[in-house]
Design a protein around this ligand. Sequence first.
Ligand SMILES: Nc1nc2c(c(=O)[nH]1)N[C@@H](CN(C=O)c1ccc(C(=O)N[C@@H](CCC(=O)O)C(=O)O)cc1)CN2
Length: 289
Amino acid sequence: MTAQILDGKATAAAIKADLVRRVEALKARGVTPGLGTVLVGEDPGSQKYVAGKHRDCAQVGIASIQRELPATATQDEIEAVVRELNEDPHCTGYIVQLPLPKGIDENRILELIDPAKDADGLHPMNLGRLVLNEPAPLPCTPYGVIQLLRQFGVEINGAHVVVVGRGVTIGRSLPLLLTRKSENATVTQCHTGTRDLAAQLRQADIIVAAAGSPHLIKPEDVRPGAAVLDVGVSRDESGRIVGDVHPGVAEVAGWLSPNPGGVGPMTRAQLLVNVVEAAELAADAKGAR
Ligand SMILES: Nc1nc2c(c(=O)[nH]1)N[C@@H](CN(C=O)c1ccc(C(=O)N[C@@H](CCC(=O)O)C(=O)O)cc1)CN2
């Protein structure tokens, strides 16, 4: 068996094409959506992701607001930038690129973001809304996973999904989305404390690997025909991405979301969706006044 590729680039391109129309409609109402990014330090991966986000903005007509601080920036200095973006009327949504340098209290920074401008859906109020099943900006990578599965007709309803990882950007919220009635999956969450990971993986209809552990998922761990989404990012000596999924999995899986080229572009597309939706909500509220 050779897996069908879940092509995130093509799917993200279609989402962006639709956003062009929505951004034009907003501009006709006198609102230009603006994405802000806060980048602290010089991590080459983070720099690349942030640059990609602003390239996407240019493609769909969203204005870009970039704030960069050195790796030596203090908690107070980062918080000052967050407060400034909360007040900036040109910035309709923004993100703080993670991870932040060691010594910075990441949660305190996330809690300071205005929930109405939280383009990542990582503010505790928005994560809480997700728990309560209330409307909220959806965390970008988790929702990118779901959209990719839907786009390629992978059955989520009733599926047993094994999520590997428990980080704040993916692992924590993906099970929340997958167990909503609209998705209706059964989820097992695995992590470094899981006793027999291979035994869990072999039960899965869908595996989402977000551990950041190179080639953790081996072909013999995958049930033939299962869908496998590689969301883990490690880098080799030359800076190239190494995913969580061993290349041999392509011979066993029914579907494979590669890395790069799978969920990464979907993450970026969902970020733009969140920015446009926040701007639409703000425009509606302004019109209603
Ligand atoms: N505030 C946030 N920080 C981080 C998030 C996040 O969602 N919000 N997720 C990751 C990084 N990330 C987004 O910021 C991200 C990861 C990957 C990609 C992407 O397009 N990847 C490409 C490959 C790019 C390359 O060659 O390096 C792909 O997969 O094809 C975009 C965004 C951690 N931080």
